[in-house]
Design a protein around this ligand. Structure first.
Ligand SMILES: [Zn+2]
Length: 89
């Protein structure tokens, strides 16, 4: 790959301007940006989905059951105290 410096970049920019026209340049850059962004979003979403799936599996139906920290007995999500030992939940 040739060493691309400032002058070469300006030349490329000039060619791009000639090919696409100065008016279309924002569109072209926008499309390019969208492409990169959607690609990044996809890889990020994939990671997020994987993380969410793991978290959901580990937590096991959050909001339905609260397990007592003292005796481990399951209590209703809105329980304030354990029904077995009275430990504050
Ligand atoms: Zn308890």
């Amino acid at each position: 790959m040739p060493n691309i410096g400032g002058p070469e970049l300006l030349l490329i920019l000039a060619v791009v301007l000639i090919v696409f026209g100065a008016g279309k340049l924002p569109d072209v850059l926008g499309q390019l940006g969208k492409g990169v962004r959607s690609f990044r979003d996809e890889s990020t979403n994939e990671k997020a989905t994987q993380t969410a799936g793991t978290a959901t599996a580990a937590t096991a139906a959050p909001g339905t059951t609260v397990y007592c920290r003292n005796c481990g007995r399951p209590n209703g999500a809105d329980s304030k105290f354990c029904t077995n030992c009275g430990q504050a939940l």
